[in-house]
Design a protein around this ligand. Structure first.
Ligand SMILES: Cc1cc2nc3c(=O)[nH]c(=O)nc-3n(C[C@H](O)[C@H](O)[C@H](O)COP(=O)(O)OP(=O)(O)OC[C@H]3O[C@@H](n4cnc5c(N)ncnc54)[C@H](O)[C@@H]3O)c2cc1C
Length: 137
């Protein structure tokens, strides 16, 4: 399998090139094959390994694992987003449910970081919304 990385991404090009690249070169058998090593694929792999510790899981990615959107994003873990689409009070209950899911996600990540002592510059600085407009004096 040839690894084709996105050389047009400045976020990736700014970093030192990685060398510990493993390329799948032989025929392998496994119980689980996961395609895509972003958040979704990695979470699936971790959960599957917890549930089936004796089964073989192969995780493949068309690019370098850990260099796509999931690791080169802005790094914010938030309990709400700007574009939730909830505009009316009658949608408030759904909005609250969504916020609960976000908060649960943050709790799970925090627990994971503590449990595995992940060095990731965790910083609970909160979130600020601001707006501005042109004013003529
Ligand atoms: C610039 C930027 C900033 C962002 N900032 C934030 C933020 O601050 N906070 C936040 O929560 N979210 C942020 N996001 C969104 C977040 O990064 C994505 O929602 C998240 O990475 C999606 O994860 P994923 O695992 O679903 O997909 P991806 O991370 O895209 O992973 C999919 C993987 O599958 C691989 N793949 C695709 N097709 C194939 C194939 N056919 N064969 C093999 N491999 C394949 C890809 O190479 C990729 O590595 C940001 C996104 C971007 C682009």
């Amino acid at each position: 399998m040839k690894v084709i990385n996105d050389n047009g991404c400045s976020w990736i090009n700014d970093l030192r090139p990685r060398t510990n690249i493993k390329i799948l070169s032989s025929t392998e058998n496994c119980e689980w094959l996961i395609i895509g090593a972003g958040y979704t694929g990695l979470s699936a792999a971790r959960k599957l390994s917890e549930l089936n510790p004796n089964q073989k899981i192969i995780l493949v990615d068309a690019q370098l694992a850990g260099e796509g959107a999931s690791s080169r994003n802005s790094g914010y873990l938030v309990d709400t987003t700007l574009n939730d689409g909830f505009m009316l009070n009658k949608e408030l209950e759904n909005y609250k449910k969504k916020t609960d899911i976000y908060q649960l996600g943050i709790k799970v990540v925090k627990k994971f970081i503590k449990e595995y002592q992940v060095d990731c510059d965790w910083n609970e600085c909160g979130k600020y919304f601001a707006s501005s407009k042109n004013r003529r004096y």
